[in-house]
Design a protein around this ligand. Sequence first.
Ligand SMILES: NC(=O)c1ccc[n+]([C@@H]2O[C@H](COP(=O)([O-])OP(=O)(O)OC[C@H]3O[C@@H](n4cnc5c(N)ncnc54)[C@H](OP(=O)(O)O)[C@@H]3O)[C@@H](O)[C@H]2O)c1
Length: 285
Amino acid sequence: MRIFFAGATGAVGRILLPKLLAAGHSVVASTRSAEHVARLQAAGAEAVVVDVLDRSALFAAVAQARPDAVMHQLTDLSGRDFAANNRLRVEGTPNLVDAALAAGVSRMVAQSLYSIYGPGEGPASEDEPMDLDAPPPRRSMIAGVHALEQAVARMPVGVALRNGYFYGPGTWYARESLTTDQIRRSEIAATGGVVSFLHVADAAEASLQALSWPAGPVNIADDEPAPGTAWVPLFASLVGAPPPPVKPGRQPWERGASNAKARGLGWVPACPTWRTGFVQELSAG
Ligand SMILES: NC(=O)c1ccc[n+]([C@@H]2O[C@H](COP(=O)([O-])OP(=O)(O)OC[C@H]3O[C@@H](n4cnc5c(N)ncnc54)[C@H](OP(=O)(O)O)[C@@H]3O)[C@@H](O)[C@H]2O)c1
């Protein structure tokens, strides 16, 4: 397949690009930065400099690439600028979908997020609605994810991958990361809140496989939703931090996500649980 890849230089993209090429796809990778072009070309992709917020330039770039599919791994989180990230979801994603449709592309795989489900007990599945009435600031995050997925659903085949929280190289939960700094300063409490983690390489593998999945949302998370009372102490011990403060209780929506649908589609996480994944990624030396 010929693929227009938006977001090839990000945390998932850096792992996914060589996988796509190794699988025999040809890739036109986009970046906003001319400095990234040589790296993308050296990896074996064609490269194009375009900002997805520049609608007319994006239309031209996608049309010129003549892709069969669009891979969307766009986020704007390296500066933790959540407003910029939401703009990519609300404005950038519709631009990309419209550019793909105008170029006659039928298939898109897009990076979404799992933590949009409403209150409940146990891990959420894809048939549960988004928590659109959540209080702020969660409300605007969910509105952004909703806008992203609404746009992706306009594709003839649009697959939205509702990823767990990434850990592994270059992520917020890497050994050298803000999370580690915060846990060393005892700023993250061990609560009863449950999250779903995902090794970033497993996210990349799911994105590759999703090029042949049917349309719709799919949770991509490891097998074991993680209560803060379990993952924060393990993380702390692995990075040599003091035991975290313990605060019982959880927000009712902190419940993790079920990966049953993804597993049913054939995706098998190489890191099935954060318990062993954290040891692999966070141990010293
Ligand atoms: N589920 C999760 O837990 C999750 C999801 C995403 C990110 N994160 C975290 O956020 C941190 C930063 O993520 P990241 O390293 O992937 O970087 P990032 O800054 O979020 O960028 C990701 C990709 O989006 C592209 N991009 C951003 N804005 C764009 C625009 N307007 N037009 C075109 N392309 C655009 C970037 O390309 P260029 O910069 O080359 O233009 C890059 O390829 C990481 O620590 C990661 O773990 C977590």
